[in-house]
Ligand binder design. Structure first.
Ligand code: ADP
Length: 360
């Protein structure tokens, strides 16, 4: 090769490397002896490689039998598409690999090219979807089986005893309500997750809307001798009033449900930096174990399943709260000192305009 040809070959190689390194997919090129000729930047970061693996075989470089077997299978077939594998290691990593044998013009095997897509996010979404469907089916089946059981007992003769019949019908009614609530919450979650929610944003004075929500829960609080305290400051937020009521309602409902009898539920807030208002709903009940503080916002996660169901909970209340708050650009979290109650916080943008009276 002349000096000029060498320079041109080098320039071409550099240009190819730049192109390969700009790819999102991991790329691995093996020579005819199965040794690494090229590994692009995405490949190096997918496999968290720190050393140069050029010149090594797959087994020497990565110790992955599945991958070595895949390359070997290309001795008998030209290409393998959509091969999926999970990488061992502390972090879940799923890969989809498309591999092809490279041949020269004379049909002699020249090497192998492998392209790696990171499938982890898709796999996680798919798992979450399957888990959700399983949870929903389970949640729907429980009240439905109860309804069916009581109806059958009534048809089998229990209806002849008016006292028993009334008791059974009340149970059926309660479980039908539970089903309705569950379906309403599921529809809300699906609407919020679809991202199609239209927020009717306007300035809302905090103290009056808190007063309205607490008024709605007066009966339930009284039944447990719980005192409701409105400490909301004289601030306005920019939010959708119906959604804000839903958030406050879910949190106050939980605070009464899971708080203690003769306890106190306090709603308050303050302006914080970044033009936000932080609102809290605090109870003095048994609280939440530290390891469950984040998980309570997951769909269907309950600290005490039996207790939640007995109280008529759907397990979706806090997931709805989190979604609504996030749609407003805020965030929701909880703190707790077990034995001394739980405090739920959320943030909303503060309204810079004038305070407005309550909406009703
Ligand atoms: P649920 O319908 O079960 O109330 P949520 O999503 O509203 O569903 O709440 C999830 C779980 O979080 C509840 O089942 C309960 O275990 C826990 N939790 C929520 N609020 C409180 C609270 N104020 N004190 C203690 N535990 C709470």
């Amino acid at each position: 090769m002349t000096e000029e040809q060498q320079r041109a070959a080098l320039a071409l190689q550099i240009q190819q490397e730049v192109i390969f390194d700009s790819m999102v997919e991991g790329l691995l090129l093996l020579d005819e002896r199965g040794r690494v000729q090229l590994a692009n930047r995405a490949f190096t970061s997918l496999f968290a490689l720190t050393a140069d693996i050029r010149g090594r075989t797959i087994m020497e470089a990565l110790r992955l039998h599945q991958l070595a077997d895949l390359v070997r299978s290309l001795d008998t077939q030209k290409q393998v598409l959509g091969f999926e594998m999970k990488l061992p290691g502390p972090h879940e990593l799923w890969l989809q690999i498309n591999a092809a044998a490279i041949f020269t013009d004379q049909a002699r095997r020249q090497g192998t090219v492998l392209v790696f897509h990171d499938l982890t996010r898709l796999k996680q979404l798919e798992n979450a979807r399957q888990e959700f469907v399983a949870n929903v089916s389970h949640e729907l089946r429980t009240p439905l089986s109860l309804i069916k059981g009581y109806v059958e007992t009534l048809l089998d003769g229990a209806r002849d005893n008016p006292e028993t019949a009334t008791r059974f019908l009340q149970t059926i009614d309660r479980n039908a309500d539970r089903l309705k609530l569950l379906i309403e919450d599921l529809l809300t979650i699906s609407e919020l997750e679809s991202g199609r929610v239209q927020l009717n944003l306007r300035p809302i004075a905090l103290a009056p809307i808190v007063a309205e929500v607490l008024e709605d829960f007066k009966g339930r609080a009284a039944a447990k001798s719980v005192t409701l305290v409105n400490q909301a400051p004289d601030l306005s937020v920019r939010a959708d009033p119906d959604r804000l009521e839903q958030v406050l309602g879910n949190l106050v409902d939980n605070a009464i449900k899971y708080g203690r009898s003769h306890g106190t539920v306090t709603v308050g807030g303050r302006a914080i930096e970044g033009g936000q208002v932080e609102v809290f709903v605090q109870d003095d009940g048994p609280g939440i174990p530290f390891e469950a503080l984040e998980r309570v916002f997951e769909r269907f996660y309950r600290v005490d399943k039996a207790r939640s169901r007995e109280q008529g909970g759907t397990g979706l209340g806090l997931a709805i709260v989190k979604h609504i708050v996030q749609c407003h650009g805020g965030r929701a979290w909880a703190t707790s000192e077990p034995g001394h109650g739980a405090t739920f916080y959320f943030t909303l943008p503060q309204d810079s305009g004038t305070l407005q009276p309550g909406r009703r």
